[in-house]
Design a binder for this molecule. Structure first.
Ligand code: PMT
Length: 401
């Protein structure tokens, strides 16, 4: 029963805080109850000005708690904290994030959070500048450090009329997350993944570099998915503008191919699976000038070849390790990808083409072909990089589990 309907019979606390997105908590509660979940709702005082406790009480079929001083309810936070299998705080304002990160306890929701013995997941909702603010980022990092799960707040139209990051995840996505989390489908629970993402920058002088257009989205999607499926992940990332959310991901930032090589060598031994989705610069200037090169008509830069990190690690691979490479091609993709499998001693390669619309660099989508070491290939249609990540992990689990 529990694997087909992972939410059935589960006990979930929904914490609601004072954001306009509070209206979505009604849908969240409704969806969970429909799945057979037992739901209790705890609201902050300001949340009650956005959505009525009566609405959430009717939908959850239970009393809603919002005050800490109600005579018979003063210690409900302890009882709730012990009762629940999961606490979801959605929407979570910048104010509540900050209080959670600092251990404040001036309302029933915070008291419940501090008492909760179950995993806690937070779905932030706020305006884009508030979401971007370093203090918010720091509070999110603190919560992740405390082993909470923080969902990202995707881009979209915000209540302020602005467009950007800060929207609460859709209730159906939160339910899907909870379902996957509680399903116990932690396939890679005892596995360690080493994943690389993003570009590398090779300095020409203190101002300029050789780089490429990788955004890191593919590698980050893989890291998030592997962590969701229970893996411990070391993510080595070149310079990207992305945040990582999952507490099981250790992120190591690097800039150049040499730095990525060094970090990969250090972490490869303990990895069960290596996924090399980074776009490593193949060349670096022989000398990185210490002073800015003055403008001139002609400039010759002598380039040295960078270490092929994947090829090197392929030579060090043990029987217990599984290596996934990527191939970014613009022509004869399958032929080149198969050559790379042999040359770099890979178990699987993910081929994407610069010729396919919506695939490769920068997009939220990708179109890939998975080719294994016996050259069996599986072409996938264009889909979100998060979904591509699921397919890649499923191909890995078919081989190693
Ligand atoms: O980051 P995004 O914007 O989401 O874009 C995703 C992506 C296009 C970067 C990704 O899907 C991808 O294709 N990554 C690999 C890009 C690449 O460098 O491909 P390649 O065919 O040149 O290299 C083959 C493999 O060797 C890759 O796994 C690469 O990481 C590795 N390599 C390459 C050169 C080098 N010096 N060291 C390496 O380890």
């Amino acid at each position: 029963m529990s694997s087909t309907f992972p939410l059935k019979g589960k006990k979930i606390i929904i914490g609601v805080t004072g954001s306009i997105a509070a209206y979505k908590s009604a849908e969240l509660v409704r969806l969970l109850v429909k799945e057979g979940t037992m739901v209790r709702v705890v609201m902050t005082c300001s949340a009650t000005t956005f959505i009525s406790p009566l609405t959430l009480s009717v939908l959850s079929k239970s009393d809603v708690i919002s005050e800490i001083n109600a005579n018979e309810h003063w210690n409900n936070h302890v009882e709730l904290g012990l009762w629940a299998d999961l606490m979801i705080i959605a929407p979570c304002t910048a104010n509540t994030l900050s209080k959670m990160a600092n251990g404040l306890c001036d309302n029933m929701l915070l008291a419940t959070y501090l008492s909760a013995k179950c995993p806690v997941v937070v779905a932030p909702a706020m305006d884009l500048d508030m979401y971007k603010h370093p203090s918010t980022k720091q509070n999110i990092n603190t919560l992740v450090k405390y082993k909470n799960h923080v969902l990202n707040a995707p881009k979209g139209e915000l209540a302020s009329g602005l467009h950007g990051e800060g929207r609460m995840q859709e209730p159906s996505d939160i339910v899907a997350w909870a379902s996957s989390f509680l399903s116990g489908k932690q396939l890679f629970k005892n596995k360690h993944f080493l994943i690389t993402a993003g570009p590398t920058y090779e300095a020409i002088d203190p101002v300029r570099y050789i780089g490429n257009h990788s955004s890191g989205k593919m590698g980050f999607a893989l890291a998030e998915e592997a962590a969701k499926q229970g893996a411990k992940v070391t993510l080595i990332s070149g310079p990207v503008a992305l945040e990582i959310q999952h507490p099981n991901i250790q992120r190591i930032d690097v800039v150049s191919a040499d730095q990525m090589f060094k970090a990969c060598k250090k972490h490869f031994k303990k990895a069960d699976v290596l996924i090399k989705s980074a776009a490593v610069a193949d060349f670096k200037p022989q000398v990185a000038k210490t002073n800015k090169i003055k403008t001139k008509k002609n400039l010759t830069i002598t380039l040295d070849e960078n270490q092929d990190i994947l090829k090197y690690l392929g030579t060090k691979k043990t029987k217990k390790q599984f290596i996934v490479g990527f191939a970014l091609e613009s022509q004869s993709g399958e032929t080149f990808a198969k050559e790379k499998i042999k040359k770099k001693n890979l178990d699987l390669i993910v081929l994407n083409s610069l010729k396919d619309k919506g695939a490769g660099f920068g997009h939220n989508t990708n179109k890939v072909t998975l080719i294994d070491s016996s050259f069996k290939s599986k072409k996938l249609p264009l889909m979100a990089k998060s979904k591509v990540a699921k397919y890649i992990l499923s191909a890995i689990s078919d081989c190693i589990l």
